[in-house]
Design a protein around this ligand. Structure first.
Ligand code: HEM
Ligand code: NAG
Ligand code: NAG
Length: 507
């Protein structure tokens, strides 16, 4: 008996000791025992425990730019107990996320809403770089690339016409901000449903239900206890887990309500013939993953993996298309001269430039994060800094998109800067000669680049070009606000609040 107790006791002590060693003794050491580089500089005097959390929740990525002024283009900060490394410089983004591929950048899924919506990392947005992720990317690329350009053009024309008609049918020519947002939401959701789910005949009542559920899901992400969990404040995650065990998780409930529609639509697609004028449907491509050079015998996806991906893709497309389109209409309403120029255009070069400038000025996702999968060092300004496995590298567009070396007079909204020009650089390249940039990072960067970037810019260009031909409009407000929710990303999103706009039909 005595020896049993002492064995257990010594096992216990060994266990605790080994935990202690790995948790605390190795945390600042490399595998070879030498100490790690230091963290990049941090903003001074942040409040205890909460650190930068409340500033970020209030101001969003703007606070990163403020901190960058104090600590430089690459800094380290804790939001609550979550440490992030913020990058405020294009070439450093290139080095970390394109050239080094962020040493196989992963995603950290945090908080109930993200876990529910991604089924804990099963969607293309949340999965780490693995064969599973590349199979998803391959299918999505397949669906987009085999769709003929004419099919997209017809879709974008139809959707533009719907928005123009809906505005015309509004009770008065003076459309309130909320009402306009509602119309834009419906058109964006329908576009997303057609693009991803092949559903062009969804009952408007069902669409309103979907919009309400997405809003409910976002509200869960806003709640203080979700935020405390995301930012790893102690105790709260435990209380939240207990609540979810006894009362159920509301985020999962909303997610499941949404899923019922997507289950029906997916089954409908899979039962139908897999050939339309458009090419193979995404549902079919996901349910029969094709082999590739690096993946000659792909493991097939399970039904639940297919459906959760289709749902996440639809919601991502809806939310970002809607936010971007609403931003653009509100801004264009404040610029009558720009409307005149756009209206006189035969080609869409200026409309395209307007879309790019809007995405530079008001990107719906002003910050996005990739997480490292191995410990590494970062070179910045002749210094080496530490980057740990699972630490998140946050790209701050609020600083990068307003760098005067790349975008002269950056706080001026000027679509002309994106008209085709001879001598330009990429925002990711070094720029000794201070040439203007011809691109932006609103769709992300590197291997995780948004797969809908081209389709989205085309859609927005067509809608704007047709809207200015149908109406002259006035009013609008371009002020943006930071929201803590963002369909799934804990970094949230930026949105134009908007105000009423008066639409006058052009004859
Ligand atoms: C204006 C509209 C849109 C914006 C602003 C936008 C923005 C973004 C951003 C910021 C990311 C994350 C990139 C990163 O973490 O590096 C992303 C990822 C992605 N987007 Fe979009 N998006 C839009 C529309 C769409 C549409 C319409 C589709 C599909 C039809 C789409 C498909 C994707 C996919 C598949 C990814 C996953 C990338 C990955 O992690 O592998 N997006 N998008
Ligand atoms: C439009 O309506 C809003 C209130 O709904 C009002 O504040 C605004 O002045 C109106 N604009 C015009 C041009 O009538
Ligand atoms: C830099 C690095 O670690 N790259 C690896 C990323 O993952 C692929 C396979 O998934 C490897 O082949 C790379 O070497």
């Amino acid at each position: 008996m005595g020896s049993m107790t002492s064995t257990l006791l010594s096992m216990g002590i060994t266990f605790i000791f080994s935990q202690f060693v790995s948790q605390y003794m190795w945390i600042n050491k490399k595998a070879d025992g030498t100490s790690k580089e230091s963290w990049a500089p941090s903003p001074p005097s942040l409040p205890w425990l909460w650190n930068g959390m409340e500033s970020y929740e209030r101001q969003g990525p703007r606070i990163f730019t403020t901190w960058a002024k104090a600590c430089g283009g690459f800094f380290s900060v804790k939001l609550g107990q979550r440490r992030i490394l913020v990058v405020n410089d294009g070439p450093l983004v290139k080095s970390l996320l394109v050239e080094k591929d962020q040493y196989n950048s992963s995603r950290v899924v945090a908080g109930g809403t993200e876990i529910a919506l991604t089924d804990n990392g099963k969607t293309v947005f949340s999965a780490p770089f693995t064969l599973y992720w590349s199979r998803l990317r391959r299918s999505i690329a397949g669906a987009i690339n085999t769709t003929p350009a004419a099919w997209f053009n017809t879709l974008f024309d139809t959707q533009s016409e719907k928005l123009i008609q809906a505005i015309g049918q509004a009770a008065s020519s003076n459309v309130s901000g909320d009402q306009l947002r509602g119309l834009v939401d419906l058109v964006a959701l329908e576009t997303a449903l057609i693009l991803v789910m092949e559903q062009s005949q969804v009952d408007p009542e069902v669409m309103v239900k979907v919009l309400d559920k997405v809003a409910a899901l976002e509200q869960e992400q806003d709640k203080i206890w979700t935020q405390y969990t995301i930012f790893r404040l102690p105790v709260m995650p435990l209380l939240l887990a207990l609540r979810n065990i006894f009362l159920g998780d509301p985020a999962v409930r909303h997610r499941n309500d949404l899923l019922t529609h997507f289950v029906d639509w997916t089954q409908e697609n899979l039962a139908a013939q897999d050939k339309t004028s458009r090419g193979p449907s995404l549902s079919h491509l996901l349910s029969a993953i094709s082999p590739s050079k690096n993946d000659p015998e792909p493991e097939q996806l399970k039904q639940d993996e297919i459906i959760i991906n289709l749902m996440h893709l639809t919601l991502h497309s809806y939310k970002y298309l809607s936010t971007a389109l609403f931003n653009m209409i509100q801004r264009l309403a404040t610029l009558p001269d720009m409307q005149d120029r756009l209206q006189q255009e035969e080609e869409t070069a200026l409309a395209r430039a307007f879309v790019k400038e809007s995405l530079r000025y008001d990107p719906p996702a002003r910050a996005f994060a990739h997480a490292a999968r191995v410990d590494q060092d970062v070179d910045w300004c002749q210094q080496k800094y530490r980057l740990d496995e699972d630490a998140e590298v946050v790209v701050n567009l609020d600083a990068i998109h307003f760098n005067p070396d790349y975008y002269p007079d950056p706080t001026r909204f000027s679509p002309d800067r994106f008209l085709p020009a001879k001598h330009t650089v990429s925002i990711l390249d070094e720029n000794e000669n201070k040439l203007p940039a011809h691109d932006h990072l609103a769709f992300g960067v590197g291997r995780r680049l948004c797969q809908g970037s081209r389709v989205s810019e085309d859609f927005l260009t067509v809608v704007l070009a047709r809207l200015v031909k149908a109406y002259s409009f006035a009013g609008g407000n371009t002020e943006t606000v930071h929201r803590a929710n963002g369909v799934w990303s804990w970094l949230g999103r930026e949105e134009t609040i908007g105000t009423s706009i008066t639409f006058e039909p052009r004859t």
